[in-house]
Design a binder for this molecule. Sequence first.
Ligand SMILES: NC(=O)C1=CN([C@@H]2O[C@H](COP(=O)(O)OP(=O)(O)OC[C@H]3O[C@@H](n4cnc5c(N)ncnc54)[C@H](O)[C@@H]3O)[C@@H](O)[C@H]2O)C=CC1
Ligand SMILES: O=C(O)C(=O)CO
Length: 312
Amino acid sequence: MDIIFYHPSFNSDYWINALRKAMPQVNVRAWTAGDNAPADYALVWHPPVEMLKGRKLKGVFALGAGVDAILGQLSANPGMLADDIPLFRLEDTGMGSQMQEYAVSQVLHWFRRFDDYQALKQQSRWQQLEEYAHGDFTVGILGAGVLGSKVAESLLPWGFPVRCWSRSRKSLPGVQSFAGPEELGDFLQGTRVLINLLPNTPETVGLINQSLLNQLAEHCYVMNLARGVHVVEADLLAALESGKVKGAMLDVFSREPLPADNPLWAHPRVAMTPHIAAFTRPTEAIEFISHTIGKLERGETVSGRVDRVRGY
Ligand SMILES: NC(=O)C1=CN([C@@H]2O[C@H](COP(=O)(O)OP(=O)(O)OC[C@H]3O[C@@H](n4cnc5c(N)ncnc54)[C@H](O)[C@@H]3O)[C@@H](O)[C@H]2O)C=CC1
Ligand SMILES: O=C(O)C(=O)CO
């Protein structure tokens, strides 16, 4: 069996060696321009069109959780990947615990009013503020898939009411589940901290806009861990200005790197990180990929297959 590998920024030698160790019976090679030799599987992130075009592969693995970029490439380049070649993505592979750390630390930061105390410190003011109550700090998670469910689970032990919104109803112990567009309004009402973990699809682009923000609790907080295109930045800035949104923590942006003149940089109540909420971890990713390939080869059912029509 032959596997080709391409990632624009990962250390290919490291990955190839680790893949060979995990699957000693497989020939793994880094794909380079002009390589048209046959392969069974391709492991990719932002692959050049020519790497996949015309290949008869058994499967393609995206080296991340989100497949918006590769699906965008496929629709812009008809014939890049035949419709019957399955596309897989990474499910959790260590990203779940990274998302949990990110979300829990930031929710606690807001809940303990460290943002307010930081602002008081700037004015050299010693002032004790009233405590927030857990019951007034409902956390709502948009997208209750692999990562959203893990984030929901991690917030429960802290005593926050936790709810989620997804396409279909979920049964996560202790988490109130809302489903579909008809229940979005009820989900938003009373949500104090909104965490976004939706995939980027035509249905979710621009979802976090003025109308959605208006339905959240007063003095709410917004955390975007999914994709920048979900948030209408001008609407978020307006909601910050009006005080409806008290603070935002953003990991992803509609343009990355975020241009230097973007007003989010300078906003005192916006914190940000450069798309680092969850990294692809080689050991866990390779374990998932080798396990999935093993099952595919044995004709067994696997998870992680992307629905190319649905978009995630
Ligand atoms: N900032 C970062 O470093 C990272 C960001 N991500 C982002 O996180 C996203 C989520 O990842 P996973 O949890 O693995 O995805 P997933 O596919 O397991 O979960 C997606 C969830 O969104 C829901 N959903 C999708 N479309 C919907 C709609 N129209 N209405 C209501 N609910 C809808 C689904 O029902 C599901 O619950 C990825 O697509 C990626 O964009 C992933 C990894 C790292
Ligand atoms: O895996 C993903 O989708 C990511 O965004 C990683 O940065």
